[in-house]
Each structure stands twice: as C-alpha cells, then as structure tokens.
Design a binder for this molecule. Structure first.
Ligand code: BG6
Length: 497
C-alpha cells in the first residue's frame, strides 16, 4: 500500500546524494505505486534554480541512467510533485518562508502536515538546521500529523562526539522522530541475513560455536576516495566503515532470534550482540588490528592508480588509513571462542562485500588415506554485493576409480530467481520512514555502542602514528600484516576470485 500523504523536504537537494540515490529511489517507489497521490518532494539548497530548471537537471540524469528503460509516464507524474526552493539553511530567518511554503503545499496538495526532513548535508549542519526547524515549530508533532528527520552518517567521529551529536538532536526532537540511515540496512542481501537464518530450519542449529570455526567479513572496494579526499583524510577506513556498515553485518549475523520483526525487538537483539563484543585492550590493538594505506599501483583492469597521498584534499604525508582489519570476539553463550575477522579497504583488487562462515572440520578418520583436494573446508558465503547470492562449499567425491575428495560449490544467485530489479537501496528506507517503521534505522544507543567497540583502536592508532605508510600497493588485497594477523591463528583470508 502507498505511504501516507506527506512532503519530503530534502536539505542539500543540489548535492550528489539527491541526484544519485534519493530521486532515483522516489522514482522507483512512484513506479511501484508506493508513494501516495498526495506526495510532494521539496528540494532546498543555495543554488539558483526554479522548479523547471531543477526538474530538468534531475530528469537529464535519470535519462542517462536508465536509457531506453526510463519509464517516462511514471516520471512525468512524479515530476509535477517535485519543487525547489532556494534557501540559506544556516539562516534562521529563512525558515519562516519554509513554513509558509509548506502550509501552502498542504492546502494545495493535501499532504496533511506530514513532513519528512531529509538532511543530505554535512554533519556540522545537523545542529543548526534542526535548531532552526525547532524554532519555527516544524518539528512539533500533533495527533494529526507527523514530523520525522532522516540523517546520514557520519554520526560523529568517535564515542564522545556521537554522544554530543545525539544530545544536540534530542534538543529539538524525540528519539522516535530521528531516523539515522545506514544504507547497509537498506540492502536486500543484508536484510536477507535475517530471513536466511530465521525463516529456514536447516541453518540455525549449526549457527553457533559448536559448528562454526570463525567468520570473515570483507567489504573490499576497488574505488579510491573519489571526490571525498578531504572528508576521508579526516575519517579513514576504520571510522568510515567499521562502527557502522561492518557492525550492521556483524549484528545480523550474530544476533539471537528476535521475538518479532518489530523495530524494538530487533534493535534489542542487535544491541545485545554489540554489548557482547569484547573491546580490544590497547595491547590487543597492536596484534588484533591492522591498518594500511595504498601507494600507487595497477588495478586488475590495467588502470594505473596514484597513491592515496596524492589525492585532492589529502596531506602529502598523511597517516590516514585506507585499509583496516580487526579481529573481534564475543563474550556470550553462542559465540564464545569464535573469532570474527573484519576487513575493509579502498583500492583493493576487487569490489566485493561478503561474509564467509567457516565451519569446523569434520573428523575425517574414515578418509585419512584419501587424497583431499580441500581448499578451504566447509564454508558458507553470503555474497552481499555484487553478484548477490549465497554459496555453500563442501567436499564431494571426485568421480573416478580412486577415492578423491574435492571442494565443490552450490550456488544461489538472486538474479536467477528474482531478475535484475534496479534499486538504490534507499527505497525501503524512505518508504519505511514515511510509514513510521524504524526497524531498519539506527537508534542513538546502537550508534554509540558501535563507537565504543572501535574506540580503543582509534585511540591507539592516534597515539602511535604509522611508521610504514604506505604499506600496500593499489590493486592488491591490502597490507601483509593483515594476512599475518589471521595466520597467527592458523587461518587465512578467503581468496576472492
Ligand atoms: C559509505 C562510505 O558509507 O559507504 C564510502 O562513506 C563507501 O566510503 C560506501 O564507499 C560503500 O557503500 P557500498 O554500498 O558501495 O558498499
């Protein structure tokens, strides 16, 4: 069913996120009949635009993206619901005009005073913008209407600043009005972790320390820092990815079955997992965490890539990491003694996000004299992106007169079953927010717990500047030390083809 009537107000409508993700998501939602007739998108930014020039800028982008598959009828209907307003977001006196504009839209379009404010702006603007919205009463809900605010990461840059940011937001809103987006929660394959675990009976009995040896979570990117050198120089790989996206994966993988699909039930289980993760002591950071930075190199497609330190916005002697790997353990009944190895980095060999569950070896007494061509043992791989799917690797008899065992793969690909539906990952999140369903959004406590887990790594790395940067060539799988970390435990990173 379509979402209730509402106005979605985008702060930062002139930016990349609006063009690349938000508008395409609205277009997909409209085409799927999930937006209400009484819907308006109001874009706000400093750029000089009127409705027409703003619309044509967007439609040009959509034309380019979809080519002949562009559903022009759907776009025409959505387009007439898109408006633009030039606004200096940091100027409090401008917000009266915004109020007037919204009241007019309500009267003309029947949007009933329901407002979704989407803050696609730098974090330093979160507080002034929400303060100004609060001052003019736009965050005040009544029994007849709702006011919600979506904010994008980064939610602070460490535990302390995350707590301060949450306190700032709470000055003008209740927690229930705040929808913190982590776009990993919008990915079908991430949501499917819960379905795979809890809607099937065969997997859950194995999902614990009795059967699982260890888990590897890899978010490898082949891209560099693109146009975000200045942001990335401040953030680095750990802050950019670990307390948020990688811990989303860890949370869904490790959680206990929630009592329902209710937002609170799921959040409570994820929070329990995060509480059970043992924070690294400063000594452990030295052995359980590895950082890297890429130098110039050649990507597999032959592209010559320059070193991170030469990127725009990055210091020539930067000590920012573009790769981070961490070994985490959990102090709870299900996972005691099972290491979770997490790694992420830029300019690695391939673009690849996956979870590999390595099962314990079977007692192979029966096959002790058998030639075993076993590469990695029994393993389940959840391919988050690209080539979304699930792969089970196990041993099989190699046909022939002698007994030989080789590893084979059973493979499920989303595309084979469900086709290739274009989606940005934001559709579900925007639709859920309009319906008031916060299941796939982060609450303040989850964000803060994420930072707690990585805080000791942040502190130790800040106190001990890296001596050997850069320490991996672009186009490789990261620094050798990451391999050493897992080898010390008698294991190895899964080789991704
Ligand atoms: C963002 C990070 O949150 O996630 C980027 O800031 C990163 O640095 C991106 O590239 C990865 O997202 P995805 O969906 O491509 O895995």
């Amino acid at each position: 069913p379509p979402a209730p009537p509402n106005v979605m107000i985008i702060f930062g409508a002139g930016g990349d996120l609006t063009k690349r993700k938000l508008i395409p998501s609205l277009y997909h939602l409209w085409a799927a009949g999930l937006l209400p007739e009484s819907f308006v998108m109001l874009g706000l930014d400093r750029l000089d635009h009127d409705d027409d020039s703003f619309r044509s800028r967007i439609s040009e982008h959509l034309h380019q993206t979809y080519g002949t598959a562009f559903n022009l009828d759907a776009w025409r209907q959505l387009e007439e619901r898109i408006h633009y307003m030039k606004l200096d977001m940091l100027e409090g006196s401008e917000y009266e005009r915004l109020c007037e504009n919204l009241s007019r839209i309500d009267a003309e379009r029947g949007t009933e005073g329901n407002y979704l404010f989407y803050l696609a702006i730098p974090p330093s603007m979160f507080r002034p913008v929400t303060d100004h919205l609060g001052e003019v009463g736009l965050l005040h809900e009544t029994e007849d209407d709702w006011r919600r605010v979506i904010i994008e990461k980064p939610f602070g840059r460490d535990l302390e600043s995350a707590i301060a940011l949450n306190a700032d937001l709470h000055r003008n809103m209740d927690e229930e009005q705040i929808y913190r987006i982590d776009h990993y929660l919008g990915k079908e394959t991430v949501q499917n972790i819960m379905v795979f675990r809890f809607a099937n009976s065969f997997i859950e009995p194995l999902w614990n320390r009795n059967h699982i040896d260890h888990v590897q979570i890899t978010v490898a990117e082949s891209v560099g820092v693109e146009h975000r050198g200045a942001y990335y120089e401040e953030a680095g790989a750990l802050r950019d990815m670990m307390p948020n996206h990688l811990l989303v994966l860890l949370g869904f993988l490790a959680m206990e079955p929630p009592n329902s699909f209710d937002a609170k039930a799921i959040r409570d289980e994820v929070n329990k997992v995060l509480d059970a993760v043992e924070p690294l002591t400063p000594e452990q950071v030295l052995t359980h965490a590895v950082r890297g930075q890429y130098s110039a190199g050649t990507m597999p497609d032959g592209e010559q890539v320059k070193a991170f330190r030469t990127s725009a916005g990055v210091q020539p002697n930067s000590s920012t990491e573009t790769f981070a790997a961490v070994k985490l353990t959990m102090d709870n009944w299900r996972w005691a003694g099972v290491p979770f190895y997490l790694r992420t980095g830029k300019r690695l060999t391939a673009q690849y996000t996956e979870v590999a569950i390595h099962f314990k070896k079977a007692p192979t007494i029966m096959f002790q004299d058998t030639e075993v061509n076993e590469l990695e043992g029994d393993m389940l791989v959840l391919r988050i992106q690209p080539n979304e799917g699930i792969q089970m690797s196990f041993g099989a008899k190699v046909p022939g007169p002698t007994m030989k065992i080789g590893t084979v793969n059973m493979d499920f690909c989303y595309e084979d079953y469900f086709g290739n539906k274009p989606a940005t990952g934001y559709e579900t999140l925007i639709y859920d927010c309009m319906k008031g369903d916060a299941t796939l959004f982060k609450h303040a406590d989850t964000v803060e717990k994420g930072w707690e887990i990585v805080q000791s790594v942040i502190d130790v790395w800040a106190a001990l500047p890296p001596r050997e940067f850069p320490n991996y060539a672009a186009g490789t799988w990261g620094p050798a030390a990451a391999g050493d970390m897992i080898k010390r435990d008698g294991r190895q990173w899964r080789r991704i083809e």
